[in-house]
Design a protein around this ligand. Structure first.
Ligand code: NAD
Length: 490
């Protein structure tokens, strides 16, 4: 596997090294301050004639000190934004979308790059770099996660924002797509540093977020606690509480029942329905392998297991574990919480992440990062179904290889949309200051997901297309209709 990004960039390569507080404040911002890799900070472009140009981002973050040995060259990976553009270009062709509209949908509406200082526990200051991208606002305010990861780039935020636009439109939510993040390994920060970094990042992007403008949510490396700090920081600036500025918050401050497990449960509902309707299979008779054991992977494992599927393998960035008789996700969760990883779980065999992806299982669920199934490993995938828990885990080249092999791909914008659906419910509850009970949330989420699945299946029959193309067609058509109604300002 060539795209294990945690190996590609060791955590020590975070943006900017420590700067002594004893120096003047300008030391941190002046020429001595190291700027993070900006190789990918380029104006967005659309693919020429729909061709897929594989842009490779170097992501070579500077080392902390000149005396330290240079870090090993980063593994090059395909640009996620190029993948997103390629997917749009393919569907635009199928839909006979005119070039102006395609160009308009390709471009993010706004992008913000922020470099900001944080006082670390040892009294040094460190410069961090963060992003926030709004892709499209035709249907309403933008919605999308905030990611804390050493490999976050503007390119990645653009792609993830675009995918959020399609996902929200497919679910018929009144949102456009956004995404953002900070180049950081949150596991290497103390709790106080993480909070200070989050509050300063929130302040830096505060002109971009708000209940009517852009509503962040958790993504890789962030959770309910981080959402609470963002909500509190934004509220302090306003002088009153603004719970609807984030979703995925703790229940105590306006979070929604069911939000924490919504993505994993939604993946289970969608996969179960798709197995039955497209392959005549029952979830209870299937074996499942899941890459990633964070919010999405962990809750998917549990929801699948509780509904009778045999979860034979799971992984995280440190390794994978396998038991052909099936793993107990609750037991594994306790082990991972104690040790920080699933690797080394004593009741199972060890595997690499690459081996997990290639297991002979009925359902493979990539639930970690984008770009995991590529032309390098697609022909070794043995699963009958790939249910995309992560955003953008399959490249367009891999899509074609899997399709030729007859693998059914349940696209991310349908498969993992349970999270944004319940985030929408959370936002509505916060705006109305009226909370719904958990059974209502589950019922409404299931209905939204299964209605969308029905719509996607109907389009596949009408147009003889694959599930991704059908899902994109519905989403893009909804945005095109909205743009046509609104007109182009001024
Ligand atoms: P998370 O930070 O909670 O978990 C990520 C998991 O992936 C961790 O277990 C981590 O160890 C593992 N991981 C990282 N690199 C890996 C690698 N190379 N190989 C194997 N495992 C690796 O993040 P999350 O919220 O679970 O998000 C996972 C994916 O799902 C992302 O693509 C995210 O955009 C997408 N997603 C998240 C939500 C949500 O509600 N959180 C909703 C929809 C989609």
């Amino acid at each position: 596997m060539t795209t294990n990004r945690s190996n590609a960039n060791p955590p020590a390569q975070e943006a900017g090294g420590p700067h002594k507080l004893s120096g003047s404040h300008s030391t941190a911002h002046g020429p001595g301050a190291r700027t993070p890799a900006l190789a990918t900070v380029e104006p967005p472009h659309s693919p020429v004639n729909g061709d897929f140009q594989q842009h490779l981002s170097s992501n070579s973050h500077p080392s902390d000190s000149e005396s330290e040995p240079a870090p090993p060259p980063a593994i090059q990976r395909a640009s996620a934004y190029s993948v997103a553009q390629e997917q749009l270009a393919r569907v635009a062709k199928v839909m006979h979308l005119d070039d102006d509209m395609r160009e308009y949908l390709t471009m993010p509406r706004r992008e913000l790059i922020v470099h900001f200082p944080v006082v670390m526990d040892d009294n040094t200051i460190r410069i961090f770099t963060g992003f926030r991208v709004h892709h499209n606002t035709a249907l309403g305010p933008t919605k999308g996660g905030i990611r804390y990861h050493p490999d976050v780039t503007l390119d990645e935020s653009r792609a993830l924002a675009m995918w959020m636009t399609w996902k929200c439109a497919l679910m018929d939510l009144p949102y456009g797509g956004a995404k953002g993040g900070v180049i950081v390994d949150p596991k290497r920060l103390s709790e106080r540093e993480l909070q200070a970094m989050t509050r300063r990042y929130t302040t830096e992007i505060s002109l971009f977020i708000g209940p009517e403008m852009d509503i962040p949510a958790p993504d890789v490396g962030t959770d309910a606690k981080v959402m609470a700090w963002i909500m509190d920081t934004f509220s302090m600036h306003r002088g009153y509480s603004v719970p609807a500025v984030t979703t995925g918050k703790p229940l105590a401050i306006g979070g929604s029942a069911g939000r924490e497990y919504a993505t994993g449960l939604g993946i289970t509902y969608v996969t179960r329905a798709m197995l039955r309707r497209r392959l005549g299979l029952h979830l209870e008779d299937t074996s499942v392998a899941i890459q990633g054991f964070g919010n999405v992977g962990g809750w998917t494992a549990r929801a699948m297991h509780e509904r009778g599927a045999k979860v034979v393998a799971v992984s995280d960035e440190k390794g994978a574990v396998y038991d052909s008789r099936g793993l107990d996700p609750r037991h594994l969760r306790r082990y991972a919480d104690e040790t920080g990883t699933v690797a080394g779980y004593p009741h199972a065999d060890s595997l690499t992440n690459g081996e997990l992806l290639e297991l002979n299982v009925d359902v493979l669920i990539p639930a970690a990062l984008e770009g995991q199934i590529t032309k390098e490993n697609a022909d070794r995938i043995q699963a009958r179904v790939v249910a995309e828990g992560a955003n953008g885990p399959t490249t367009p080249e891999a899509d074609r290889i899997l399709e030729d092999k007859g693998v059914l791909i349940i696209p991310d914008i349908l498969c993992n949309a349970g999270g944004v659906v319940v985030s929408y419910f959370e936002w509505v509850q916060d705006l109305q200051a009226f909370s719904w009970d958990e059974s209502e949330i589950r019922h409404q989420m299931k209905r939204k997901l299964l209605d969308s699945l029905d719509n996607v299946l109907a389009i596949t029959l009408q147009t003889d297309s694959d599930l991704r193309t059908a899902a994109y067609t519905i989403a893009i058509q909804r945005i095109v209709d909205a743009v046509k109604c609104r007109g182009i300002y001024p």
